[in-house]
Write a protein that binds this ligand. Structure first.
Ligand code: SAM
Length: 252
């Protein structure tokens, strides 16, 4: 199944350029992803091709008008048969999580609306009822980078984009933990040796070591994640010692 992603933006070349590179670009070439970037501007009804206007009530900046966004959305929806799920990238939305991105990766089609200036006229949001997603509690100039972040997170979990499901299920955040440390050649670098267990070829021991490291670094770097992580009672007890006590057999 192909996943379709439509960007509605004032900067379609920017989105095309990023989506055409590297892993996602190759997935598009293979037909796993179908990416289309649409310029909102040609959908204006004025000769100056103006898409923004001053906010009623005064204040700084300009607001993207409702009509070109609405008409662009309607035209784009009609370009492809898959049912669309519209997302407005907004600092006022729910913060993007790996879990929500995974759910979105199961949908056949996402339409990503990128705001600009002071944002978009509220009435087009009332009319189209998009899901609002933020990439964090800070404000960017426009919605293109947030939309590209969302598209990247979602698309790498679309089947066939990465070599294997484990490429993302074993990474940070998928199960609520941070990933274990990674090492590559050489075995010793500036006097620092790779942990012995990783050279042993003993898969069960490596798996236990990685799980222990994963728990320890989540405890150290992002302890607030642990309350939502999938942990056994023994792991919880061990973490309650601050990782100082004897690890349970499953982690030794
Ligand atoms: N005036 C808006 C506010 O205070 O909520 C901010 C507008 S921002 C300068 C312009 C556009 O950038 C937004 O419409 C949105 O599409 C995008 N944007 C900015 N920060 C974002 C964030 N943290 N997450 C998602 N989109 C964001």
């Amino acid at each position: 199944m192909t996943t379709r992603i439509d960007f509605l933006t004032l900067f379609p070349e920017l989105c095309e350029r990023v989506m055409g590179e590297s892993i996602l670009g190759r997935a598009a070439q293979k037909g796993i992803l179908d990416v289309a970037c649409h310029n909102i501007r040609p959908y204006t009804q004025n000769r100056q091709m103006q898409v923004d206007d001053a906010p009623f009530g005064g204040g700084m900046g300009m607001v993207l008008q409702a009509q070109p966004i609405y008409d662009c959305y309607q035209a784009v929806v009609a370009m492809h048969p898959a049912p669309p799920h519209l997302i407005y990238l907004s600092p006022q939305g729910k913060t993007l999580t790996q879990q929500r991105a995974y759910e979105l990766s199961k949908l056949p089609r996402l339409v990503l609306l990128c705001g600009y200036y002071e944002g978009v006229d509220e009435r087009v949001l009332e009319e189209l009822q998009p899901e609002e997603i933020s990439i964090g509690d800070y404000v960017l100039t426009g919605g293109e980078l947030p939309a590209l972040v969302l598209a990247d997170v979602v698309c790498r979990m679309v089947p066939g984009v990465l070599a294997d499901e484990s490429c993302y299920t074993e990474e940070s955040h998928f199960h609520g933990l941070l990933e274990y440390p990674q090492y590559s050649r050489p075995q010793v670098w500036r006097g620092r040796a790779v942990p012995e267990v990783l050279l042993s070829g003993h898969h069960a021991n490596i798996a236990r070591w990685r799980r222990r490291q994963s728990l320890l670094r989540t405890l150290k770097k992002r302890p607030e994640l642990l309350c939502r992580a999938d942990l056994s009672p023994e792991e919880k007890d061990w973490l309650a010692t601050g990782g100082e006590g004897e690890p349970p057999p499953s982690l030794r």
